[in-house]
Design a binder for this molecule. Structure first.
Ligand SMILES: [Zn+2]
Length: 406
């Protein structure tokens, strides 16, 4: 049985346009499953300019890995894990970054420092290639993939707003900024910022999402990492709430989500000053946490394309976590989260586009992750088809979606 339906273009509620625009200059390992193929791609990329810095992204550590010695033997290279939450970089590449950004680059090898300063590091790479032209090309590519609007979850600096203006893309994004970036902005730039963004844990791909039962397969007990102590988070949230802006908080693991909800509960009536409070990702949200999030009026901004983590990361998540990941049916059917109201979707660029979004939404690994077409459209699409549309052919027998962007 096949269903044909026309839907509006996507509104991606979570991505990093300037960084991914910069990654257009980088080497992509998206979809690469073997080290041999990756090596060929890398070799081809560096052969043109072996002394320049090669930035690589989309590497999936569940498929293959490099030893520190192998990395060191390569020309200057920085390889991002697909989650962006871990980075392999050799001394030659660090030397190049040092010239731009100074001694702080030497901290890169320290995992805790890296998670705590992820935003800073991603901004280094975004700024290496930031231009209005790259942004324009990025949004052109998004359109070909069925995406019209892409929220910027990590505003790099004031210049990024100027680049968006020059590229004519201001109406195709919302800016979210870290508190210190926000405070560094001029009054007029602050007015253009939609909300503030915090990270409270890492990611699954880098085994740094804060979870309650340890990651499996590692040599030592690893519960991931929380970025803040409870007190620090309460103080940081209070600082954000004071601005009267919306607030988006990255938390993936159940331990991180619990910490955020507890902190929000303690903020009490102050929350009334915040137009909207979002939890980004919320992949491991439990029944109990879902009920508390609903009571708080929190919006969950989730990524249907991460439903495949249940399979891709079964080497590091226990069976129960694989089952818990992205529990859309529980959120909608048991707690009354409403798609498009307090449940919205984005991609985090891993990957962008209608193809992965649709196939993971309609044919996910677990029935608990399956979405209806109406839910998908309400939580993930533009209001109407004025900007364009997508033709979906959903084949239930073959478990396949064919997407045509029009
Ligand atoms: Zn993100």
């Amino acid at each position: 049985m096949s269903t044909n339906i026309q839907i509006p273009l996507l509104k991606d509620h979570h991505s990093h346009p300037l960084l991914y625009a910069a990654f257009r200059q980088a080497v992509s390992l998206q979809g690469v499953k073997t080290k041999e193929t990756a090596s060929e791609i890398l070799q081809r990329a560096v052969s043109d300019s072996p002394t320049a810095l090669s930035v690589v992204h989309g590497w999936r550590s569940n498929f293959f890995q490099w030893s520190p010695k192998e990395i060191e033997a390569m020309p200057p290279v920085a390889i991002f894990n697909v989650s962006l939450h871990s980075l392999l970089i050799n001394s030659a590449a660090k030397q190049i970054l040092l010239r731009h950004y100074g001694d702080v680059v030497n901290q890169l090898h320290d995992r805790t420092w890296y998670e705590n300063n992820l935003r800073v590091v991603l901004n280094w790479f975004a700024n290496l290639y930031a231009s209005a032209e790259n942004l324009r090309l990025f949004y052109g590519e998004m359109l070909r993939q069925g995406v019209y609007h892409v929220e910027e979850m990590l505003l790099v600096d004031e210049n990024e707003i100027n680049l968006f203006e020059r590229s004519g893309m201001l109406d195709r994004t919302n800016f979210w900024a870290a508190p210190d970036t926000f405070e560094s902005l001029s009054k007029s730039a602050r007015d253009r910022v939609h909300g503030l963004k915090l990270f409270t844990d890492g990611a699954i791909g880098s085994r740094t999402a804060a979870i309650k039962r340890p990651f499996i397969g590692g040599s030592e007990k690893n519960l991931g990492m929380l970025i803040y102590s409870d007190d620090e988070l309460a103080r940081t949230m209070a600082r954000c709430i004071q601005t009267g802006k919306s607030l988006a908080v990255h938390s993936i693991g159940d331990r991180a989500i619990e910490q955020v909800i507890e902190s929000l509960e303690k903020s009490g009536s102050d929350l009334g000053r915040v137009p909207e409070i979002r939890i980004e990702h919320a992949q491991m949200i439990t029944l109990e946490l879902a009920s508390r999030a609903k009571d708080l009026g929190v919006i969950l901004c989730m990524q249907p394309n991460f439903s495949s983590d249940s399979v891709d990361y079964s080497d590091r998540l226990d069976a129960e976590y694989c089952r818990m990941n992205n529990p859309f049916r529980m959120l909608i059917d048991e707690f009354g989260f409403v798609a498009g109201e307090d449940l919205i979707f984005g991609s985090d660029g891993m990957p962008h586009g209608i193809e992965a979004a649709a196939s993971q939404s309609f044919f996910p690994p677990f029935a608990s992750q399956k979405l209806t077409i109406d839910e998908f459209v309400a939580a993930y699409c533009m209001e109407g088809t004025a900007e364009g549309s997508i033709q979906l052919a959903i084949n239930e027998d073959l478990k396949k979606v064919t997407c045509t962007v029009m």
